[in-house]
Ligand binder design. Sequence first.
Ligand code: UDP
Length: 385
Amino acid sequence: MIRIVCVVGARPNFIKMAPLVRHIKEEWNETFEATLVHTGQHYDERLSQVFFEELGLPQPDVNLGVGSGTAARQIAEIMQRFEEVLLWKKPDRVLVVGDVNSTLATALAAEKAGIPVAHVEAGLRSFDRTMPEETNRVLTDRLSDLLFATEESAVQNLLKEGFEKERIFLAGNVMIDALVGHAHEAERSTILNRMNLAPQQYALMTLHRPANVDTREGMEKILALLFDLEKRIRVLFPIHPRTQTRMEAFGLASAFGALRNVALCEPVGYLDFIRLMRDAKMVLTDSGGIQEETTALGIPCLTLRENTERPVTLTEGTNLLIGTDPRRVLAAAVDILEGRGKKGRVPTLWDGQAARRIVRILQDRSVAREPNPKEAPLSTTFPRS
Ligand code: UDP
């Protein structure tokens, strides 16, 4: 038995880990003993529990319950609590996904405990160190012995950084596995009726990156954009809790609320969100994952950022990196409305089979060790009741 600890912490992690855990449990149950650890980084019901239910992700075996805090505090807390899990479970491997604080913190704790780490979604680089995720990406890759990439650019980044090619695998995109796997169920979503939207008659917007929402100036730009955009098309804007907090702190909540053709709502569940993307005229976002999902669905996407760590969505997909100048974004939106939206194709290996490829390699490259009680005494302090 290969004992593997799978780590999730934040919304995009749940989506990426679900196909992996499902595949391990359905096809490799005799080979792997999997433990699912939730760090508790996202604890909000709308960003966490709903995804477990909709994605069929089993309830976590352990919840570290770290909650929010500064990055350093959160990373330190996760490391300490996760180390106890490692002592308790003595796994042969730790599997991490994505680029959030939980990814880095658990990879570092595992490496310090001498446990090999596999990173799914390795090698993505925005080359922008002001993004908190960029540091998480670079460091997590350094700590990992198996690196699973979603696109060729990521493979090239890793090679340039000196990783041996034997450790890098272009495996496809587990986020697209989840999308493909749930597309059918998303058809049954009633979100369009509930939000009073007609297919192709609305734009979908999500924003939560610090560069866009952490300054008053950034939020005012979004407001200015929506002011013009709503004259052309109805907009649905599910608001991330972080964005909501900032909007209120800057005293802009009532100005957003006064927009007449913009529907503001709480974050929606995964199946509803797939349905919303699929039927949208366009998507405006600063999310990483949504750039990929819109490319897979063939829906035009305007990314309100200056860079992207997912360049294949630009070179092959429907994504346009448009920045945050309201006039520029509006001009690109008008192009889409007038039928000049970007067409694209689905990148190689974004075929719904990435988890299958990854688990096979994990099975091949992991060594089941005999538990050694001297090396790792059983902790009695975890899990806490
Ligand atoms: N998502 C969702 N509901 C929403 C907004 C997003 O289910 O209201 C999903 C979306 O389909 C994608 C993921 O959340 O799979 C993206 O998460 P997020 O934008 O928080 O993270 P990022 O991809 O930027 O790391």
